[in-house]
Design a protein around this ligand. Structure first.
Ligand code: G3P
Ligand code: CA
Length: 271
């Protein structure tokens, strides 16, 4: 995994600023609706998100489901680890009511009783030509999840030109790359302080990925320009504030993850 190592020199660079900023609906339009529900994904589409972001977990009986946490506790009315539950048990859970309680300003009775979707259901609803940005979560506890993801991508004939697979796990991305080098990959990175990246780290990522996804909080213009000038894409997560969106665009990012794709759309339109 990439570590924050200081970049020496920091010489002159040609400034790159991108017009076509990729708008990624993070867990769907999850600022407006319960994350990782079909309604949240649908809302992301309507709010001009370019990609549906999907975090994957795997059930005890081997089904890939859309959920951020390893445990169901935060986003459903259940308790326990996904890896210990069957899909039938997961389907019993209410994945919407928690949102109404936590965010009364966005509450909607339609969210009550929403189910946790499987990846298959997402592909069935949004079809093969949609744009998916799929994260292998906790791949070390779900051996084989990459293979199962690719099986479903092939089963539903998902357009690979519009598919991105992301992970914090370099191992998981390398497995994906080995299984199917045609799938485009993004290396997620988490920085705890001022973000730096070396030429060697960039070269290593470029062996298997087309971009990086760092947390936006510790980014700086030098980092962004260095990455972009190397030919990698850079999609920071998770940006929910219009001023910060504009700053990152001015610094040269090629896209970003947001819970509010409507806000990023406004920024892109200069509103
Ligand atoms: O995938 C980008 C971003 O979502 C990574 O963080 O924890 O929200 O999955 P997380
Ligand atoms: Ca994610």
């Amino acid at each position: 995994m990439l570590a924050g190592i200081t970049v020496g020199g920091g010489g002159a660079f040609a400034k790159e600023k991108h017009k076509d900023i990729v708008n990624v609906s993070h867990r769907g339009a999850s600022g407006h609706a319960p994350e990782h529900t079909l309604i949240a994904y649908d809302m992301g589409e309507k709010m001009h998100g370019d990609y549906i972001e999907i975090d994957l977990q795997m059930t005890k009986d081997g089904h890939l489901i859309a959920m951020h946490d390893e445990k169901v506790d935060r986003t459903t009315d259940g308790t326990g680890y996904v890896k210990d539950m069957t899909l039938a048990e997961i389907k019993e859970l209410d994945a919407g009511s928690w949102f109404n309680e936590k965010y009364p300003e966005y509450a909607n009775p339609e969210y009550e009783g929403l189910q946790v979707p499987t990846l298959e259901e997402v592909f069935q609803k949004f079809k093969k030509n949609n744009s998916y940005y799929i994260e292998t979560k906790s791949p070390e506890i779900y051996p084989g999840m990459e293979k199962e993801l690719l099986r479903l991508v092939d089963k539903y004939d998902i357009n690979k030109d519009k598919l991105l697979v992301q992970s914090f796990s370099q191992d998981s991305l390398k497995i994906m790359h080995e299984l199917d080098p045609s799938v485009k990959l993004v290396q997620l990175i988490s920085y705890g302080s001022y973000a730096t990246i070396t030429d060697e780290q960039i070269a290593e990522v470029k062996e298997y990925a087309m971009g990086v996804g760092p947390n936006h909080t510790h980014l700086n213009e030098e980092y962004i320009q260095k990455v972009v000038n190397s030919g990698l894409e850079i999609h920071p997560y998770t940006v929910n504030d219009k001023e910060r969106m504009q700053q990152l665009i001015d610094w040269g990012v090629t896209g970003m993850f947001t819970n509010f794709p409507d806000l990023l759309h406004e920024v892109k339109k200069g509103r």
